[in-house]
Design a protein around this ligand. Structure first.
Ligand code: ATP
Length: 460
């Protein structure tokens, strides 16, 4: 049996683990780095793709009422005027005059005083100055006034007059295809449009590894409903879906909580907004968001584009603008959750230790590793390669003949590979291999021709 050790510096461990084992690298490192930007390495990319695949399967493939699209990052800027992003997608910033460091004003005020003054610039300036709130960096209290900053990245495009923005969320690209979807697909309200893709926000303070980035990925659904029918059940079902998805990534139920936004803080069009929060090592933080947005988006886009964005209910001969419920899933935060939840340091019976990533098997970057027992025995190497070549057609596999078997097991445990398959001398006699389970470390003999179905069955 194994014994688990408690982790105090989990976040630091994950950051260095991710670099060491090819999951996540700090980006632009050879040029001295680039603030808060990261590259997913080979295993991190596999993990990311597996999470996207799982989401797409549950959201698009397994449902009759949702279709998926893939829209552009740069879009007609009128869209962002209509959605209110050009004028209102702002965060409040404040600079420390002593150390020149910049902060989110609402975060500093709330941490120091417990007051939630989000959006109230003058009130925040007053509190910072009158209550002599200290700079978390240098300890002084010498603040500029609180100002607003638009979080969209602006760029230019040949042949286009005016500013072009990198989309700050994927939702916009969905709303503007509402009419095309209605016209080209046989969708009936309630129905959803899903999308996975990059979003860009010029966050005042990024950080906590891949939790808050300026370039990140979202998995979003706009779910269109009949405004005259019950929305609460649909909303509740999406909340449950989001919690279940977090658990499918490895979260324990007790590490999740719902944070419902106070009615008076909701946008005028929203009936309800709930964040699904996860207990990250730095505290509870938003993992996913769920908002009832009324008909705000479609009405605004209809107004700004001059096009009718309505739905015709043929059965009841009714025309209406659907309301929308918007479940949003942060992909990078999902990856962070999967990494944190999987990480284990175990003390084994023989007093040795191992690091093992206990990803749910369907998320594991590598599904099976194939080893010849000895590197210098051509017949074992040839057989192992033959098995590898056959399994790799279906599963992400690795071939490894480097070092002793114990070391190879440790390497695969560290990246979370569920099964290690070893070819030994007996294999040449009986056509069976040793399959070792990542979690139990138990080994059993399996016939080569049964490997494919064994993996299929056990990787679900
Ligand atoms: P926060 O309060 O943490 O800034 P938000 O409320 O602005 O988040 P939404 O606009 O609801 O976030 O975005 C939907 C989802 O996108 C979030 O639940 C989160 O998972 C993800 N997300 C938002 N901002 C970032 C970011 N800067 N880096 C990584 N993921 C992000």
């Amino acid at each position: 049996m194994t014994e688990e050790k408690k982790d105090d510096n989990l976040m630091e461990k994950i950051v260095s683990f991710c670099k060491r084992r090819g999951f996540v690298f700090p980006s632009s490192e050879i040029y001295g780095g680039f603030a808060n930007s990261y590259s997913y390495g080979p295993y991190g990319t596999q993990l990311k793709n597996n999470i996207k695949k799982l989401w797409w399967k549950k959201v698009v493939q397994e449902r009759m009422d949702i279709v998926g699209i893939d829209g552009p990052i740069m879009l007609n800027s009128k869209l962002w005027e209509a959605s209110g992003h050009t004028s209102g997608f702002n965060d409040a910033m404040v600079d420390c005059k002593k150390c020149k460091k910049r902060f989110r004003a609402d975060h500093i005020v709330e941490e120091a005083t417990g007051k939630d003054l989000e959006g109230q610039l003058e009130a925040m300036t007053k509190v910072l100055k009158e209550e002599k709130v200290k700079c978390p960096e240098c300890g002084e209290s010498d603040w500029t006034n609180v100002r607003e900053m638009n979080m969209m990245f602006k760029t230019e495009m040949n042949g286009y007059y005016g500013d072009v923005y990198l989309r700050p969320e994927t939702a916009g690209a969905i709303f503007i295809e509402f009419k095309n979807i209605i016209d080209s697909m046989r969708v009936k309200v309630p129905f959803g449009i899903a999308q996975i893709g990059k979003a860009f926000r010029n966050e005042i303070v990024a950080g906590n590894f891949i939790f808050r980035l300026r370039e990140f990925e979202q998995m979003e659904i706009e779910y269109f409903i009949d405004p005259e029918k019950d929305w609460e059940t649909i909303f509740e079902n999406w909340t449950i879906f989001q919690e279940e998805f977090a658990m499918a990534l490895g979260a324990k139920k007790e590490d999740l909580r719902r944070y419902e936004h106070a009615k008076e803080k909701l946008s005028h069009y929203s009936r309800k907004t709930v964040d699904i929060e996860y207990r990250f090592p730095f505290g509870f933080g938003e993992l996913f968001g769920l908002a009832h947005r009324g008909d705000f988006d479609l009405s605004q886009h209809a107004k700004f584009s001059g096009k009718k964005l309505e739905y015709f209910d043929a059965e009841n001969n009714r025309r209406f603008i659907p309301h929308v419920i918007e479940p949003t899933f942060g992909l990078d935060r999902s990856i962070l959750l999967a990494l944190l939840a999987a990480y284990r340091e175990e003390k084994l019976e023989d007093d040795s230790e191992r690091v093992v990533m206990k990803f749910p098997k369907y998320l594991a970057p590598i599904k099976a590793a194939i080893f010849p027992l000895l590197k210098n025995k051509p017949e074992l190497v040839a057989k192992a390669k033959e098995i590898y070549n056959s399994l790799k057609m279906e599963f992400m596999c690795e071939f490894d003949d480097n070092g002793n078997i114990g070391k190879r097991y440790r390497r695969q445990d560290e990246i979370g590979t569920p099964y290690c398959i070893t070819v030994d001398f007996e294999t040449l006699e009986d056509g069976a291999v040793t399959v070792r389970d990542r979690d139990t470390m138990e080994q059993k003999r399996i016939k080569i021709e049964e490997l494919n179905s064994f993996l299929k069955e056990n990787l679900k």
